[in-house]
Design a binder for this molecule. Structure first.
Ligand SMILES: NC(=O)C1=CN([C@@H]2O[C@H](COP(=O)(O)OP(=O)(O)OC[C@H]3O[C@@H](n4cnc5c(N)ncnc54)[C@H](O)[C@@H]3O)[C@@H](O)[C@H]2O)C=CC1
Ligand SMILES: O=C(O)[C@H]1O[C@H](OP(=O)(O)OP(=O)(O)OC[C@H]2O[C@@H](n3ccc(=O)[nH]c3=O)[C@H](O)[C@@H]2O)[C@H](O)[C@@H](O)[C@@H]1O
Length: 481
């Protein structure tokens, strides 16, 4: 029986291994982690991450051929294929701080694999890493491994998106496997291909050299984020000219060369990877003497930062240029709907901007706890992307921030409502009821274009929707104060 072990029981390691276990009942899959609390949660009824369909897959496989364990060394020692899906945060200090990937967790994983391996292993890069990381990992494994034990390293980046992880894993657009172009390298690629081939059609399993696979992951995320920054840049121009960004995006996306997906204007993209991976790409370009290429990609992040601060400025300037002492309801804190993940969510920057202007912020998100909100608002840049048990301890609560149990409670007595995540329930709220309980004039700032602005105006709201023709009230207000 083939045995797979995965280091890292996170958003990628957990769902990916659960689907492999589901589709390959004759393969034993063990997911291990240095965080005992996370492993305990995977072994309980309250899984550590919320992902539609995940609990069902875990329920079907756990205890059959899917196991979660803290006994890292034993399971790595016994495995034929070792996936590494650990954190690769942005470096917070030292050489390359604020840009380069911090490979601390990857390196310690590789050293541990070398130390415990008594049989040949295929080591699979699942984490997103800088190009040429495989070369560094090979050196660590080969210099520290026991005599006679061979390692083959493969790059098999993950393309799942949160909220749709199970769907993406069951029917991926493609699976990418990069390996060495040697007989042993090709055999390792084939061994991994055989696993995916159980459910992924052959033509969707792409094989390349190691560096192409590593770079394709960074490139794919950069291209996706670039589309969002492109449409968000257009949203600012739409507001200035009276065009409607949804109509523009629809017309542009109808061109089959461009395509319709990923053209929704928003308050900005968030999530653990887009910014981190583009910063990493920028750093690699700079290290390779390509400043023009680095600056090109940097602009994607600059527009994203601009979009978030532009939104805050709209809120403040619309409300007579001050939100001091005013209650602002924030609906949605997760970085997108159908996840409880708040890593790099635009809500953090928007809330910090409002708090900076002395607003009282009342937050409601169906999947995010008060403790998480407080941690996120207090945490320093890049600290969030380290294993949970190594992150700074619970901060002192920020008094200006409270968390409500529903949208109506968050909006009660508020001067304004900001919609920051596109949860479906925000489309069908009783906005007349919300309006009735708010201070007047009552404002809605829709950062996700989920509400029908005209209907809300009929109720009495002053409405701002990203990239849409401006409300008469907002026309004379500066977009960027
Ligand atoms: N979150 C996502 O949607 C995607 C993430 N990725 C990439 O996958 C990698 C992992 O991301 P996530 O799963 O989101 O992170 P995560 O933070 O949810 O999980 C990483 C896990 O690795 C564990 N860990 C760290 N060092 C370890 C070690 N030496 N041995 C065993 N466990 C260790 C941590 O305790 C943590 O539970 C990153 O490189 C990320 O860029 C790629 C595609 C999608
Ligand atoms: O490497 C990763 O971590 C993953 O990053 C993204 O997945 P994810 O961040 O989970 O979610 P997305 O659906 O890509 O959304 C990212 C952000 O962009 C925003 N977005 C997305 C699409 C859009 O049209 N407009 C927009 O503002 C979302 O609201 C969210 O804040 C990619 O889509 C995955 O392919 C990739 O594997």
């Amino acid at each position: 029986m083939v045995k797979i072990c995965c280091l890292g029981a996170g958003y990628v390691g957990g769902p990916t291994m659960a689907v492999i276990a589901l589709k390959c009942p004759d393969v034993e899959v063990v997911v291990v982690d240095i965080s005992a609390a996370r492993i305990d949660a995977w072994n309980s009824d309250a899984l550590p991450i919320y992902e539609p369909g995940l609990a069902d897959v875990v329920r079907r496989c756990r205890g059959r051929n899917l196991f979660f364990s803290s006994d890292v060394e034993r399971h790595v020692g016994e495995a034929d294929i070792v996936f590494v899906s650990v954190n690769t945060p942005t470096k917070a200090r030292g050489l390359g701080a604020g840009k380069a990937a911090d490979l601390t967790y990857w390196e310690s994983a590789a050293r541990m694999i070398a130390a415990v391996a008594t049989s040949d292993k295929v080591v699979v890069e699942k984490s997103t890493v800088p190009v040429k990381t495989a070369e560094a990992i090979e050196k660590i494994l080969d210099h520290n491994g026991r005599d006679g034990v061979g390692f083959q390293i493969l790059s098999n980046p993950e393309f799942l998106a949160e909220g749709t992880a199970i769907r993406d894993l069951l029917a991926p657009d493609r699976v990418l496997i990069g390996g060495r172009e040697t007989a042993a390298g090709r055999a390792a690629v084939q061994a991994l291909k055989d696993v995916y081939a159980r459910w992924v059609p052959e033509e969707r399993i792409l094989t390349t050299n190691l560096w192409s696979a590593e770079l394709s992951k960074l490139a794919a995320n950069a291209f996706l984020a670039q589309r969002i920054s492109s449409v968000n840049a257009m949203s600012a121009l739409c507001e200035a000219t009276g065009a409607d960004v949804a109509e523009v995006a629809y017309a542009v996306g109808k061109d089959s060369r461009i395509g319709a997906k990923f053209l929704n204007a928003s308050v900005g993209f968030g999530g653990s990877c887009f910014q981190k991976d583009i910063l990493n790409l920028v750093y690699i370009c700079e290290c390779n003497g390509l400043p023009e290429v680095a600056n090109y990609w940097k602009q994607v992040i600059k527009i994203n930062d601009y979009q978030k601060s532009r939104f805050v400025n709209r809120v403040v300037s619309s409300m007579f240029n001050t939100v001091a002492g005013k209650k602002i309801a924030v609906l949605g804190f997760a970085f997108k709907k159908d996840t409880g993940d708040t890593r790099e969510t635009p809500a953090i920057d928007v809330c910090k901007g409002l708090i900076g202007d002395k607003a009282k912020v009342s937050i409601y998100d169906p999947q995010v706890t008060e403790d998480q909100v407080q941690r996120d608002l207090a945490m320093s840049r890049f600290d969030w992307d380290h294993p949970v048990h190594l992150q700074p301890m619970s901060p002192t609560a920020i008094k200006q921030v409270s968390v409500a149990w529903d949208a109506y409670e968050a909006a009660r007595d508020a001067h304004g409502v900001c919609i920051l995540t596109e949860w479906d329930e925000f489309r069908s709220l009783d906005y007349a009821r919300i309006y009735g309980g708010m201070q007047k004039p009552a404002f809605v700032f829709d950062g996700r274009n989920v509400v029908d602005a005209e209907k809300l105006r009929e109720i009495g709201f002053i409405v701002y929707s990203i990239g849409k023709p401006l409300d008469a009230w907002l026309k004379d207000m500066p977009a960027v104060a």
